[in-house]
Design a protein around this ligand. Structure first.
Ligand SMILES: O=P(O)(O)OC[C@@H](O)[C@@H](O)c1c[nH]c2ccccc12
Length: 256
C-alpha cells in the first residue's frame, strides 16, 4: 500500500521514540458546537490524533458508554454531514490528524463519493468503518485513495494468522489491534494472550500498531503501549468529557 499523509505523520512521531495516544470522542455529545473546543483541548493534552465518532442508532461494536453517548448526540440531531461540515470550519486551527469512525450505514445514506469528498474538504486523514469486511472494502478504498485518506483496518484476538497477514499487508495509517473479545468499554483486566498478540503484530507490521478497546487507566495504557506503538481510549474519554473531568483526561493522555 502506498503511504498516506497519516502514515507520514505517525512515522514522524515514532522516529522521535514517542508513544501514540489516540482519544476517541463522540461528535455531537453535548452539542456539535462543542466539537472544536473538545478537539483543541485534546490536542493541547498531547493527543497524537483524534478519532471522531459519528453517532449511529445501531452501533454493533459498542458497549453501553458509547451507545449512550451516541443516543445523546442523535438527540441533538447530529449527522455525518453536519460533523464533517463542523470539522471543515476549523481545519486550519488544528495540527493533529482527524480520523472519522463511522458505521457503513451513514456513509451509504450520504453516498460514498460525497462522503470522501466531504472528508477531504474537512482535512480528515483517516477513516475507520468497522462493519466493512476486508472482502468488501473496495466499496470505499478507491475514493478514499483518490483523496489521500487512510482506511484503518482492525485485527482482533480471534483473527486467523492468514487473515492477520492479509490485513497487515493492506493496512494504512496504523493497524488497530482490538485487545478484547467483545464490544468497546472499560475492562479491569486483559487476557494473558494480549501481550504476545501485540508483540507479534508489531513484528509483522511496518506501520504503527495501536491497541484499543477496554483501556481506561494510565497503568493499562502504559503497559499496552509498551508492547506496541500506542493506545486508543474511547469509553473513558467519552465518559470524562461528558462529566467535564478535564484534569483526569489530561493525566491519562500524558501518562503514555
Ligand atoms: O471504548 P474503548 O473500549 O476505549 O475502545 C476504543 C473505541 O471506543 C473506539 O476506537 C471505537 C468506538 N467505537 C468503535 C467501533 C469499532 C471500533 C472502534 C471503536
Amino acid at each position: 500500500m502506498g503511504k498516506t499523509k497519516l502514515d507520514n505523520y505517525l512515522s514522524a512521531i515514532q522516529a522521535n521514540h514517542k508513544k501514540i495516544f489516540v482519544p476517541y470522542i463522540m461528535a455531537g455529545d453535548g452539542g456539535l458546537e462543542k466539537l472544536k473546543e473538545q478537539i483543541l483541548f485534546l490536542e493541547a493534552c498531547g493527543a497524537a490524533a483524534i478519532e471522531v465518532g459519528i453517532p449511529f442508532s445501531d452501533p454493533v461494536a459498542d458497549g453501553p458508554t458509547i451507545q449512550n453517548a451516541a443516543k445523546r448526540a442523535l438527540e441533538q440531531q447530529t449527522t455525518l454531514q453536519a460533523v464533517l461540515a463542523a470539522l471543515a470550519t476549523f481545519k486550519s486551527q488544528r495540527t493533529i490528524p482527524i480520523i472519522i469512525m463511522t458505521y457503513m450505514n451513514p456513509v451509504f445514506v450520504y453516498g460514498v463519493e460525497h462522503f470522501a469528498n466531504a472528508c477531504a474538504e474537512a482535512d480528515v486523514d483517516g477513516v475507520i468503518i468497522p462493519d466493512v469486511p476486508l472482502e468488501e472494502d473496495d466499496l470505499v478504498t478507491g475514493v478514499l485513495k483518490k483523496n489521500d485518506i487512510a482506511l484503518i483496518r482492525l485485527v482482533s484476538l480471534t483473527s486467523t494468522k492468514e487473515r492477520i497477514e492479509t490485513i497487515t499487508q493492506r493496512a494504512e495509517g496504523f493497524l488497530y489491534a482490538v485487545t478484547v473479545k467483545g464490544t468497546t468499554g472499560a475492562r479491569s483486566s486483559f487476557d494473558q494472550a494480549v501481550k504476545e498478540y501485540l508483540q507479534q503484530l508489531k513484528q509483522q507490521s511496518n506501520i504503527p500498531v495501536l491497541a484499543g478497546f477496554g483501556v481506561s487507566t494510565s497503568e493499562q495504557a502504559k503497559e499496552l503501549a509498551s508492547y506496541c506503538d500506542g493506545v486508543i481510549v474511547g469509553s473513558k474519554i467519552v465518559e470524562w468529557l461528558h462529566e467535564e473531568k478535564r484534569e483526569a483526561i489530561q493525566l491519562l493522555i500524558s501518562s503514555v
